[in-house]
Design a binder for this molecule. Structure first.
Ligand SMILES: [Zn+2]
Ligand SMILES: [Zn+2]
Length: 519
């Protein structure tokens, strides 16, 4: 059985109604691994829906977290904002409501595309609306026990005076510089390192619980029954362990069923993002392949397994594998070991499974086609020459169009140089030698008579090289040079076959006559 179905069954044994929680602290660029959490949660949600179990999902944006430091991608003036909640810091680009919005908005858009069905909540609003009041008061009333639990679970030497609540200074706006003097519901007296003395009302956003208590407080507020989180939180003595004890002893609830997940490891070369200087972001990941493919590449793996994410050539394998499973799903013939993959395929569809197998253009083929054609019409033209594109329905065209956009994004970001080329409109300045021109003269009549498909073109190119006594490698190079001004490129036979036959013949004639004129 697929892991998402196993978890869903287990949850049903624990209670009638399920609430899955997931979220993020949007302090900077969002790593592709952050998407794993939301996608994992959504898989379990879909599995519960399939069992007709009542389930809701929430996505919590930790917008009240303080900015920890001025990250290298932030301008100097952000130094002044360190310690303030990110909901209260201006957006770096000027067009979002806040720093938190700036970094989370693209991710929220992605959640829609990925088909993650959730209600979004912002922690700064939850504080402002007084949703944390009961839990903050419980923390103050049980403060000595809270300190004990922290000592027991973490093994750290926590100061007996430690107060697990940080007022937000009314003068400097920082959450990180205040010291609590006294608590009497609902007010907290404090002093700040900036010299300000003030009073915070726990029924508003004038202060915050630290992470280890805020997390179980959210479980209490929403009635969370299941939550995926990165394995760092799952370590012994980590925040899930302490959260579970706080949940039971301080807030009087059972902690949610945890789904610790392994990290997504970036693999291969070319992982640096050109503009941000950061590695592959979650946004990149969803721009390079369609949402269903990204979902599949996550849901296929048990959360306990780490995922190698290769944004270079490995990306092509990811799409090939998806296409293979999609074909099995519609055409049957899957063996035992692919059964869970078929289920993963189902769970990966953002808006339900299609009613027919979409027309497939393999990604590695499309990578060449989009570099040959000028626009989408041109792509359809090329595919019409070489593939069965004539029978495409509009919905297949839509699938293709999305793939084309993704391929463009990949070529402009993480694709290795070796797959990139540009087909030249006219003969480039090539300096051919006589043997090479003789080879083209031998090849030309062969190309006029064969069937215009990749394998046949390949055989002709190869056969002519042999007949002419020119090494195959040299022969291939001549052709790459006159079409793309490089010495290597896409698989030659297939590449030439995607071009119009007359275009290819004209280019060869041009190369031969240019050489003749030079003599
Ligand atoms: Zn912005
Ligand atoms: Zn202050």
């Amino acid at each position: 059985m697929h892991w998402a179905d196993v978890i869903a069954q287990e949850l049903q044994l624990r209670g009638d109604r399920q609430l899955i929680s997931t979220g993020i602290s949007p302090s900077g660029f969002i790593h592709v691994g952050s998407l794993r959490e939301a996608i994992t949660a959504e898989a379990v949600r879909k599995a519960l829906v399939n069992m007709d179990a009542p389930v809701r999902m929430i996505y919590l944006v930790d917008s009240f977290d303080p900015l920890r430091r001025r990250y290298s991608f932030l301008p100097d003036e952000f130094e002044n904002h360190v310690g303030r909640p990110i909901s209260q810091i201006p957006c770096p680009c000027g067009s979002h409501d806040s720093y938190a919005h700036h970094f989370i908005q693209p991710l929220l858009d992605s959640l829609d595309e990925l088909g993650v069905h959730c209600d979004v909540h912002w922690t700064d609003s939850l504080y402002a609306e007084g949703r944390f009041t009961e839990t903050i008061d419980a923390v103050f009333r049980n403060r000595p026990r809270v300190v004990e639990i922290l000592r027991e679970v973490t093994g750290r030497d926590v100061d007996a005076d430690y107060v697990p609540y940080t007022p937000r200074c009314s003068a400097c706006g920082r959450l990180t510089e205040t010291k609590v003097l006294e608590y009497k519901f609902p007010y907290v007296e404090y002093v700040c390192t900036c010299g300000n003395e003030g009073r915070a009302d726990i029924r508003t956003d004038q202060g915050k619980l630290p992470w280890r208590l805020e997390w179980p407080a959210k479980w209490k507020i929403f009635g969370v029954t299941c939550e995926p989180f990165g394995k760092d939180h799952a370590a012994a003595g980590g925040s899930y362990d302490s959260g579970a004890v706080f949940a039971r002893e301080i807030f009087g609830i059972e902690p949610p069923r945890p789904i610790p997940y392994e990290f997504v490891q970036l693999k291969g070369k070319g992982q640096m993002h050109k503009s941000a200087g950061a590695s592959v972001t979650g946004i990149d990941a969803i721009r390079m392949v369609p949402a269903s493919v990204l979902n599949y590449n996550i849901i296929k793996y048990n959360p306990e397994r780490h995922i190698d994410y290769d944004s270079g050539m490995g990306l092509l394998d990811i799409v090939d594998e998806y296409d293979r499973i999609e074909t099995l799903y519609f055409e049957g013939g899957a063996d035992e070991k692919d059964m869970d993959h078929l289920r993963a395929y189902e769970l990966s569809q953002p808006h339900g499974v299609r009613d027919h197998l979409p027309f497939h253009v393999p990604y590695r083929h499309l990578v060449n086609v989009v570099q040959i054609a000028e626009d989408f019409e041109g792509i359809l033209g090329v595919l019409g020459r070489t593939d069965d594109a004539g029978v495409m329905e509009q919905r297949d065209v839509d699938v293709l169009q999305q793939r084309v956009e993704c391929v463009h994004y990949w070529l402009n970001s993480f694709a290795p140089e070796m797959v990139k080329f540009s087909l030249l409109d006219s003969l480039p300045d090539v300096d051919l030698v006589e043997a090479e021109v003789d080879y083209l003269r031998t090849l030309r009549p062969e190309l006029t008579s064969i069937q215009w498909v990749g394998d046949m073109v390949h055989d002709a190119v190869y056969g002519a090289a042999k007949a002419q006594g020119l090494g195959a490698k040299k022969a291939f190079q001549v052709l790459y040079r006159i079409f793309i001004a490089r010495r290597s490129g896409p698989r030659l036979g297939h590449f030439l076959a995607t071009l119009d036959r007359d275009f290819v013949l004209d280019r060869i004639d041009d190369a031969v006559s240019t050489y003749a004129r030079r003599d």
